[in-house]
Design a protein around this ligand. Sequence first.
Ligand SMILES: [Zn+2]
Length: 154
Amino acid sequence: MSDVIHDMTLLRKPFREQVEALLGMLAKENIPLAVYETVRSPLRQSLLYAVGRVETEPHFGRTITRARPYESAHQFGLAVDLVFRINGKWTWEEPEWGLWDRMQELAKAAELETLSFEKPHVQIPNFDHDRATMARGPTYVTGWLEWVKQTSVG
Ligand SMILES: [Zn+2]
């Protein structure tokens, strides 16, 4: 339940189509960004949230997300992380200056939202985690993937 999931079919529609449109635009411009992560389990979200927040750990102070479990659009099939894929390897360093900026522009053109503090992140505009969580019902870890599968159909 803490693995990285990159299955596009688990994303909700029409968000999924918007991401596909963005990927098409990126391919057209030969920008080597690929889908690194689509949906993310609440457990993995809590593990990522802890990074940089444990005083006794080496990366203390260097956090990687501001979202707790169910605060990220990833738990709702409404976000993806696009990372550079070069020679079969993932890299968070842009191979050429300005490619992250260009991705942000193209995402906007696809009517998607990006975050200035998390370069790879693309989500539906105006994601409201409180509203999404209310719609989800009680937040529990067991059954999350089944729920995501249900919401991605149709
Ligand atoms: Zn993200």
